[in-house]
Design a protein around this ligand. Sequence first.
Ligand SMILES: *Cc1c(COP(=O)(O)O)cnc(C)c1O
Length: 355
Amino acid sequence: MRPARALIDLEALRHNYRLAREVTGAKALAVVKADAYGHGAVRCAQALESEANGFAVACIEEALELRAAGITKPILLLEGFFEADELALIQEHDFWTVVHSSWQLEAIERASIAKPLTVWLKLDSGMHRVGLHPAEYRDAWQRLMASGKVAKIVLMSHFARADEPDCTASVEQVAVFEQARAGLTAEVSLRNSPAVLGWPQVPSDWVRPGIMLYGATPFEVAMPLAERLKPVMTLESKIISVRELPAGQPVGYGAKFVTERPTRVGVVAMGYADGYPRHAPTGTPVSIDGQPSRLIGRVSMDMLTVDLTGLPNAGLGSRVELWGNEVLASDVAACAGTIPYQIFCNLRRVPLIYV
Ligand SMILES: *Cc1c(COP(=O)(O)O)cnc(C)c1O
């Protein structure tokens, strides 16, 4: 059997969820969209179900998968419905829906609603992706309240730059939010993971942690709270071939790496078809039997090469950690010019083993 696999530590997931609750004192929707950032949405939701206040997903397809697996806690659709006819399923399964656009508001006004909805009304406080304009926010709230089709409204917005600790954009977004919601009596929800970890002063009845649940920091700089996260996924495999090369020999596609000295090269059963980033350059950290080493040469589809020079005990069958507790996914992502969100979401082909 091919030794490539991803171990998923559900106790670490629970630890990270509790951390989000503890540091904010807020209720927390565990964001499990995109198959829980590659960690398996059903298994992750089941692991959190007894203590989570609820879950958040990107679309009704993801929400239905959780309900079908027996998840009974609230599930928020982060972009609401994409077509008005989803409102029937939203009622049937008790989903909570975001309203981010006036067409969604009108669809609710027109729909026949037997069971009043829970709506998270989204304000565009400066990110300019989705959300109602500040000038139309209060009117939208009043129309929903007057529609008779809504039981509860939570006021929400989303940060564009919360992962930049010295940037004032988040403070400005909070000010826009506060002004737009002045006088409206309702719970509020603003904070994603970087805002949970880095912006303690932001008001929150509800927080929406995603990446931090999986134990990766959204920050490029060190943050004290991020040190308390526990990595959930360990991506590992084994050395399947070893060769000793003299100086001056190319390794792998494109001969992008040429040995500078006599080098012991290990071949690992892991490649970009598993989701390991192809753009990870020579020097990207790996851990071999617990010892730090580095990727060398180009990542291929099913294999990659590592430097075993200086690791005399490492060889055929040695365990290689691509990311996990020894090598942080956020460091691998940074080397590859991307973010841990993307390298988790890209995971495929490798079996997920829950521990
Ligand atoms: C994905 C998402 C989150 C979670 O973001 P993280 O940075 O992973 O914590 C929160 N809120 C909304 C609206 C989202 O789309």
